[in-house]
Design a protein around this ligand. Structure first.
Ligand SMILES: [Zn+2]
Length: 237
């Protein structure tokens, strides 16, 4: 699976070594969505993986590919100082997935000054541009810790805030219990009325090992799995 993307990686690496990505990152051309909590259209589910890139990207990407599903990865900026993590993120991009900002070092934004929040966002945007050639459209605050004053410096950088409406608790539960969390949420919902942005972590064995079943369960309930872009933009243009 990784092998399959090598030619694209080579193209990306060539692009990265060109002056194309030199200098300051460009602002995303996408329409700014200040807050993403659910999708615009019912029946959509966006899978989001936080805290990477990790060594599990290969397994996660292979499973997503098997099901022809596009997902969104929120990466921690400082991890992109390591080439192996850059390569993982480039694999995800080459496979058509969305990469977004999850702060520089996973700090709790409520413990930071507004200047520090700007730095957390800006520095991650810059390394994503320098190493991946992408400009984030969204930042997901670590631990979901955000309020309007804390979000202001992020919005000032033309970046939206992305949260979730279904926490699988995959950081503390088994695969079976993560699946149960999802089933419980879906039992109380309908694809005719509801949509979900689901919080997962690629460091979690529960999510990585259980991803096959997670995807099948969601699809069998009649939902469509989408990227965060599709989730927030659907029906708006
Ligand atoms: Zn996180």
């Amino acid at each position: 699976m990784i092998k399959k993307y090598q030619p694209l990686n080579m193209v990306l690496l060539l692009l990265l070594s060109s002056p194309l990505f030199a200098g300051h990152y460009t602002t995303s051309s996408e329409r700014m969505v200040p807050l993403a909590l659910e999708c615009r259209m019912p029946g959509m589910v966006a899978l989001t993986f936080d805290d990477g890139p990790s060594d599990n990207y290969g397994t996660v990407l292979a499973t997503l590919d098997n099901h022809d599903v596009t997902a969104t990865f929120f990466v921690v900026g400082s991890k992109l100082e390591k080439q192996k993590h850059i390569d993982s993120a480039l694999d995800a991009i080459a496979a058509g997935h969305q990469i977004e900002n999850h702060s520089w070092d996973h700090a709790d934004f409520f413990s930071l000054s507004l200047t520090e929040i700007t730095a957390q966002t800006d520095r991650t945007n810059q390394i994503m541009w320098d190493t991946l050639g992408v400009t984030p459209r969204f930042l997901r605050p670590p631990y979901g810790r955000i309020d309007i004053p804390t979000a202001m410096p992020i919005w000032d950088l033309n970046i939206g805030v992305a949260l979730w409406n279904l926490d699988t608790r995959d950081y503390e539960l088994s695969s079976q219990n993560v699946l149960q969390e999802i089933n419980t949420a879906l039992n109380g919902a309908s694809p005719d009325n509801d949509s979900f942005i689901i919080l997962l972590h690629d460091f979690s064995a529960a999510s990585v090992d259980g991803l096959d079943d997670i995807i099948l369960t969601i699809k069998n309930r009649g939902y469509t799995l989408v990227s965060l872009d599709e989730c927030v933009d659907s029906g708006s243009h």
